[in-house]
Design a protein around this ligand. Structure first.
Ligand code: GN1
Ligand code: MG
Length: 543
């Protein structure tokens, strides 16, 4: 199909709300679903242009709003290797989304074509998928009308988790090459992960049942489907919160974000000492684990704990396999618990980098290591093996019988771990594979270090964009003087740490605090929140 700019201009879906300003942020476009039809149309045009720019490579479009409430929705683009859209193109996404009429839209399209020297005659391929939100069918139609107008070859992959779409994009773009990532089907995804899992736990005793809270989202049917490919001799799961048809249930009082933010189990879950639990978020790209300690208290095993578990295990395998030329590194954000950073640096003695919030930042930094483990504290993350490390692992032959098993397990992990993006299902299998090998309970895993008490507070201000940070968001540059005042407060608390930044996904400023005790932490968090409110135009009730 040829590229018809007039069709793109003429079929434009107009803004649902005239004065709404769209921004392609940390997680693509995200807002109330009823203003997103026009955005879907423009995203379709952008995905088509992106594919043309990259010589016809397949681009992915995922319609989801992750852990947000059910009435929200969102959309993000996936680049050819399954990674997030290149940052330079986020600006185009924002410009297109804010084009109110056909003429303006045409001008932005021209600008993108000219700046990127795009040959519009190159055929474009776009695939898309969506989560369980009630607004998805309508938004899919809007996306499809944009793809038709722009003349892309489109494939609807239907209901998928976000990481599955990333997987499919990578598979399609590497199909038939030396670098083939896998079979480009949902079944291919299940087969790849489950056979790698079985190989990673071969000969070990199965652990007790893992109870999985799926946030009443897409993770539920997909996990259920995957379990058909795996023997109950190696893994047993019980799926909870799997109602994807009743309105109002998605992410409501359940899911990874609820558990991490409230630091408690979902109200409809009753947890007994010894039980093993985890929660996915609404699009199944985040996971956190939890259990009840002997005294019945709630214990969270978040992204930081997963990173520690994975880094330690992989570093050990590499050593045992005799290929310790491969170095493991960990990437965190400022939200990582101070105890986890301390554990990684001083106990595991692995290099740790700190980057800005948002998976794309972590992903890119992790690519700099041979094996880059990255996790946000909230449970989004994965482990990346560099092409060189992969080659070394595959080319190494065991020199002693003792090197055989660690080598097989390393190879299994490279297949088991989703290399494109954080993936709740893949991360769940990774954690289960490690714990099965170690024959560890959650309590034993938890012993690596004790989290410092921490608190996250939201402060609504009149303009959050005045907050400018440096040093991987750990310090404020603007509003001028505020950082000095925060520092003065922090100095009063044992092991105190606090930082402030504007959220990229919500209209609010986030205050993080940690300190030696719960009381000190809460006190510090609220003092800093009040300071922000007083000095930077707080709106509504003072914290
Ligand atoms: C403190 C926190 O959890 N922030 C989240 C949240 O970003 P904010 O920019 O803080 O709103 O949403 C992002 C996208 O899901 C996620 O990457 C990030 O970790
Ligand atoms: Mg998510």
């Amino acid at each position: 199909m040829s590229f018809d700019k007039e069709a793109i201009k003429n079929n434009i879906i107009f803004h649902e709300k005239e004065d709404f300003k769209y921004t392609y942020g940390t997680a693509g476009f995200r807002s109330k679903a009823d203003v997103l039809g026009s955005v879907m149309y423009k995203v379709a045009v952008l995905a088509t242009l992106r594919s043309k720019k990259l010589c016809g490579a397949t681009i992915g479009v995922m319609i989801t709003a992750s852990h947000n409430p059910e009435e929200d929705n969102g959309v993000k683009l996936v680049d050819p290797r399954g990674e997030m859209l290149e940052q330079a193109w986020e600006v185009y996404a924002t410009k297109l989304a804010n084009a109110k009429d056909g003429e303006t839209l045409g001008q932005v399209v021209d600008e993108i074509i000219a700046q990127n020297k795009i040959d519009v005659e190159t055929p474009a391929k776009v695939i898309y998928a969506y989560d369980t939100r009630p607004s998805c069918p309508h938004l899919v139609k809007c996306l499809e009308s944009g793809l038709k107008a722009a003349g892309a070859k489109e494939t609807n992959f239907g209901l998928k988790t976000t990481p599955m779409l990333h997987y499919l994009v990578r598979c399609l773009n590497t199909d038939g090459t030396n670098d083939a990532y896998g079979e480009p089907t949902e079944e291919g995804y299940y087969k790849k992960l489950t056979s790698a899992f079985s190989s990673a736990v071969k000969g070990k005793t199965r652990l007790s049942t893992l109870h999985v809270d799926c946030a009443n989202g897409v993770g539920a049917p997909k996990l259920r489907e995957m379990m058909k490919y795996i023997s109950s001799d190696v893994l047993s799961v019980e799926i909870l919160n799997d109602d994807i048809t009743t309105l109002g249930k998605l992410n409501s009082n359940c899911g990874a974000d609820y558990v991490k933010t409230n630091q408690r189990v979902p109200p409809n879950v009753s947890i007994a000492v010894g039980d093993r639990y985890c929660s996915f978020d609404g699009d199944a790209d985040r996971i956190v684990f939890y259990y009840a300690a002997e005294n019945g208290s709630f214990r969270l095993l978040d992204g930081d704990k997963i990173a520690g578990l994975a880094a330690a295990f992989i570093a050990e395998l590499v050593k045992e396999a005799g290929i310790d030329s491969i170095k493991v590194g960990v990437v965190q954000t400022a939200y990582a618990n101070g105890s986890s950073t301390n554990y990684l640096t001083n106990n595991l003695k692995v290099p740790v980098s700190c980057v800005s919030t948002g998976v794309k930042h972590l992903h890119h930094e992790a690519e700099k290591y041979d094996v880059g483990v990255y996790f946000e504290a909230n449970g989004h993350g994965t482990v990346l093996f560099s092409p060189a490390a992969l080659n070394t692992i595959k080319a190494t032959e065991a020199k002693t019988p003792a090197q055989k098993l660690p080598l097989t397990q390393l190879i299994a992990l490279t297949e088991l771990i989703n290399q494109t993006v954080g993936d709740a299902i893949s991360d769940m299998l990774l954690v289960e594979a490690i714990l099965t090998n170690r024959q560890w309970s959650f309590g034993e895993w938890d012993q690596a270090y004790t989290d410092l008490p921490n608190r996250l507070v939201k402060v609504v201000v009149s303009d959050r964009h005045i907050f400018k940070t440096t040093n991987a968001e750990r310090q404020l540059v603007e509003p001028a003087g505020l950082q000095n005042e925060i520092d003065a407060l922090v100095a009063k608390y044992t092991n105190g740490r606090s930082f402030v930044r504007a959220s990229g996904t919500e209209d609010a400023v986030r205050v993080y605090a940690e300190a030696a005790t719960r009381a000190e932490t809460d006190d510090l968090a609220f003092k800093v929140a009040q300071l922000v409110y007083d000095r930077a135009g707080g709106v509504g009730a003072r914290p």
